[in-house]
Design a binder for this molecule. Structure first.
Ligand SMILES: Nc1nc2c(ncn2[C@@H]2O[C@H](COP(=O)(O)OP(=O)(O)OP(=O)(O)O)[C@@H](O)[C@H]2O)c(=O)[nH]1
Length: 446
């Protein structure tokens, strides 16, 4: 409607738009009418299918990927639409500003006041209608999807079509010729900006640059304008925009898909990042972070904190006698034993690497910590590495499966460094090995 009004304003009646032009160009009049009717028709088809096409594209892209389900598709659809609204928000006001820059300092008001008034009003109206889409995207998209689906393409594509039409008029209305250069430059700039803004929707992007470029191109061809270079430039520009759109659209979707994949798998990745695969326990990285936090918490609460270091006794011999595979099974089995004994949610059980393990026991009294250490020693000693439980084949083992434990019991203060506790537990562990292994040695840092 706006385009029709703008076109019809250039003359006294709807069928008199080219009254200022040479009479032998009457066919231009018909062409422009056909063009605007076709544009509106094409536009209707486009906006009706805007969301449907976008959804089909997303499904096509994600279909083969088992990592995405229906909920993900809807989330991607929401994100891409929110992006379109955000990215294109400033652009719609640039039309208005450029139009003002064109009209206000020049004498276009006098040259063609009807056109100037109608185009100004139309741009102002579109800018106002655009406001809810800028500030209330969520409400519109979620509560009134129809307003988004039908209204947004209309508001985004109308100014482009108006601008494209203005550009066309420059070639057929002699009075507008002085403004042709600035309008052509603006058309090129706005086209490039629009493509960048609407890239999440291939459909809208192609619609936008076509609305800018096709009307002037057709006008130049139909009027057999002597400026062949300009005609070619419009055609080449359209093709360039088309290929850029395809490329950038694919890149946008790949990036969006990857970000959702990372978001979906963030928990899993974080879990893997903190786990020791062989023992099924936490790893050293997690242990260090947890210990730092526990030292702070214990210092703030003036509570006790115990750190245990465990090392499998004579593990090298177990490996040498039964092989590394059996050594691995023993490590896994030890992980299960530790989990079954150290059970509180706040406790942390980790494998440091090799045959070394570490445990954090917050808010536990010293006696209880020693009992836990001794329970571990007893439980591990009962796990004969040749027993069926550890899947060993050798029925006459000479190597015992035991652990030595160094226990550091402390009451951390704000100046306590977490590494100090580990170091002291390590000394106690060394002492346990020195005293004959398979035992708990305590260092009281209290
Ligand atoms: N099977 C297996 N062996 C490992 C793994 N990581 C380290 N080891 C072996 O564990 C052994 C560690 O031996 P040490 O801790 O140096 O000594 P030890 O034989 O346990 O003797 P003590 O510590 O004095 O009781 C080495 O032979 C390593 O090759 C692992 O993931 N799997």
């Amino acid at each position: 409607m706006l385009v029709a009004l703008a076109l019809n304003s250039v003359g006294n009646s709807p069928f008199n738009i080219v009254s200022t032009i040479n009479s032998h160009l009457l066919h231009i009049h018909l062409m422009l009418y056909m063009l605007k009717t076709c544009s509106l028709f094409a536009f209707l088809v486009w906006y009706q299918r805007f969301i449907a096409v976008q959804k089909t594209e997303i499904i096509k892209t994600l279909q083969a990927d088992p990592n995405f389900d229906e909920a993900n598709i809807n989330e991607l659809l929401y994100q891409s639409n929110r992006d379109i609204a955000k990215r294109s928000s400033t652009g719609s006001y640039i039309y208005l500003l450029i139009w003002f820059a064109l009209v206000l300092p020049s004498n276009l008001w006098q040259v063609n006041s009807n056109l100037s008034i109608i185009v100004t009003c139309a741009f102002l109206l579109l800018a106002c209608l655009r406001l809810p889409y800028v500030f209330k995207f969520d409400s519109i998209y979620l509560k009134f999807p129809g307003v988004w689906r039908y209204g947004f393409p209309l508001i985004v594509l109308s100014p482009a079509l108006m601008w494209g039409t203005l550009c066309s008029l420059c070639f057929v209305i002699p009075k507008l010729e002085p403004y042709a250069l600035i309008i052509i430059i603006s058309t090129a700039g706005l086209t490039g900006g629009g493509v960048a803004a609407l890239i999440p929707s291939r459909f809208l992007t192609i619609g936008l640059f076509s609305a800018f470029l096709v009307p002037p191109f057709i006008t130049l061809v139909v009027t057999q304008h002597e400026n062949v270079s300009l005609t070619l430039v419009f055609a080449i520009y359209w093709l360039g925009m088309y290929s850029t759109t395809n490329e950038q659209h694919a890149q946008y979707w790949k990036a969006l898909k990857d970000s959702l994949f990372i978001k979906n798998h963030a928990k899993e990745l974080e879990h893997l990042n903190n786990m020791d695969e062989l023992s099924g326990l936490k790893n050293k990285r997690y242990f260090n972070k947890a210990l730092m936090q526990n030292v702070k918490l214990a210092a703030r609460a003036s509570g006790p904190l115990a750190v245990m270091l465990l090392d499998i006794d004579n593990f090298k011999q177990i490996n040498d006698k039964y092989g590394h595979l059996v050594g691995d099974v023993s490590i896994h089995k030890l992980g299960e034993v530790l989990k079954s004994i150290v059970k509180r949610d706040t406790d942390v059980v980790a494998r440091f690497g090799g045959d070394e393990f570490a445990i954090i026991l917050p808010s536990q009294d010293k006696q209880r910590c020693v009992e836990i250490g001794e329970s571990i020693c007893r439980a591990v000693a009962s796990l004969n590495p040749s027993s069926p439980e550890t899947s060993l084949v050798d029925q006459s083992p000479q190597v015992k499966f035991t652990v030595s434990i160094g226990l550091c019991f402390s009451m951390p203060t704000s100046s306590t460094h977490h590494n100090d506790l580990v170091e002291q537990a390590d000394h106690a562990l060394y002492e346990a090995k020195h005293q004959g292994k398979n035992r708990v040695v305590v260092v009281d840092n209290h």
